[in-house]
Ligand binder design. Structure first.
Ligand code: HEM
Length: 122
């Protein structure tokens, strides 16, 4: 019997969308990165929709992410290392708040960390 995908273990799209909304809320309240989000061109709803689709697709769900590549989305922002760590902090806090298991928390952080080279100093 094959093991459940990370998507299934996270509880599928509804659960993922709920913690993504909290990740964005955390960013907007995190002084290290909040100025970035007050300058965002996309609405909160659109950012939540895009990040939810990215996570669903990246964890084994049936959804298709239709947004920009991580490189294209963050090019020109010159994101600092400390900002990247702040995003990871906010992701972890939201996952904990939503009762995501420790193994799934670690897998999510590893996926996010894997995108660092496409996001930092671009
Ligand atoms: C693993 C980490 C990250 C992921 C998965 C991620 C994901 C995304 C996605 C999916 C979008 C929307 C792309 C689109 O418009 O099609 C986006 C936009 C954005 N990201 Fe990130 N991001 C990450 C890290 C960061 C960091 C470290 C910063 C800097 C503080 C940042 C700042 C932004 C901003 C400000 C936007 C909105 C751009 C706009 O609408 O004007 N992101 N991100």
């Amino acid at each position: 019997m094959s093991e459940a995908s990370l998507y299934e273990r996270l509880g599928g799209e509804t659960k993922i969308k709920a913690f993504v909304a909290d990740i964005l809320k955390n960013h907007q309240n995190n002084p290290v990165i909040s100025p970035r989000y007050s300058q965002a061109k996309k609405s909160d709803e659109e950012l939540i929709r895009l990040v939810t689709a990215l996570i669903c697709q990246g964890t084994g769900g049936p959804q298709t992410y239709d947004g920009m590549s991580m490189l294209a989305a963050h090019t020109g922002m010159n994101v600092a290392e400390a900002e990247f760590v702040a995003v990871l902090d906010d992701i972890l806090a939201a996952l904990r708040k939503h009762g995501v298991g420790e193994r799934e928390q670690a897998e999510m952080l590893a996926i996010a960390y894997g995108m660092k080279a496409e996001i930092v100093h671009q």
